[in-house]
Design a protein around this ligand. Structure first.
Ligand code: 5RP
Length: 217
């Protein structure tokens, strides 16, 4: 089965958890795009919808879905988002699409976080996917030098500016055996806005689609 079909299956499985009256958080990426399109088709009567990126906001508004600012809502009932890598412990690497900061904020503000992905994203140890780190622009070189101390090779995502006006370093060759500890350590580096490790706030459920169907972890 093609990767896109699996992504769509995972997205449809998450849609089953959406109930009328909910405040819903919507993530970013190609898997979430399937979720947005299916959400628009089903059009449940939601209390509010919060977005994790300008890209998802634009897509939802294109479907006529009204998007509310997180600052104007109470806690989110359900957050649906994708991932670049996920473990059985539901630790994630996110930020391939560069939306990691808003995604981490929305995940933090959510009672329940369901991560949707195809089975190629499931790994034993995080780090084969280069770790996205959002940095304040003036700190880029300094933060990059610090990354070498952790055994990583940072590559500047040149030309990419996040929705928050910052830059991204993609850090290669990290073997993340203790995701909560590395998330904490990297967060201490001045100039780091957000690290793409989601361990302190992991997903509550992974919906991983494979050739057989959708597996819940
Ligand atoms: C964006 C993300 C995405 O969730 C992640 O990159 C997965 O994207 P896709 O569903 O396209 O594989 O973290 O910042």
């Amino acid at each position: 089965m093609k990767s896109d079909e699996k992504k769509e299956r995972a997205a449809l499985a998450a849609l089953e958890q959406v109930r009328g009256g909910m405040t819903l958080g919507v993530g970013t990426g190609s898997t979430v795009n399937f979720f947005i399109d299916a959400l628009a088709a089903r059009a449940p009567d939601l209390k509010a919808v919060v977005s994790s990126s300008e890209a998802s906001t634009t897509r939802m508004q294109g479907h006529g879905i009204r998007v509310t600012e997180l600052a104007r809502t109470a806690d989110i009932d359900l957050y649906v988002d994708g991932a670049d890598e996920a473990t059985q412990h539901r630790y994630l690497i996110k930020g391939g699409g560069g939306a990691l900061t808003r995604e981490k904020i929305v995940a933090g503000a959510s009672r329940r976080f369901v991560c949707i992905a195809d089975d190629t994203k499931l790994v034993g140890v995080l780090g084969k996917f280069p770790l996205p780190v959002e940095v304040i622009p003036m700190a880029r070189s300094y933060v990059a030098r610090q990354m070498f101390r952790f055994g990583g090779q940072p590559i500047w995502r040149e030309g990419f500016i996040t929705d928050n006006g910052n830059e991204i370093l993609d850090v290669h060759n990290l073997r993340i055996t203790d995701p909560p500890a590395l998330e904490t350590e990297l967060n201490q580096i001045p100039g780091v806005v957000t690290v793409g490790i989601f361990a302190h706030r992991p997903a509550d459920e992974l919906l991983m689609a494979d050739d057989e169907g959708v597996r819940s972890i």
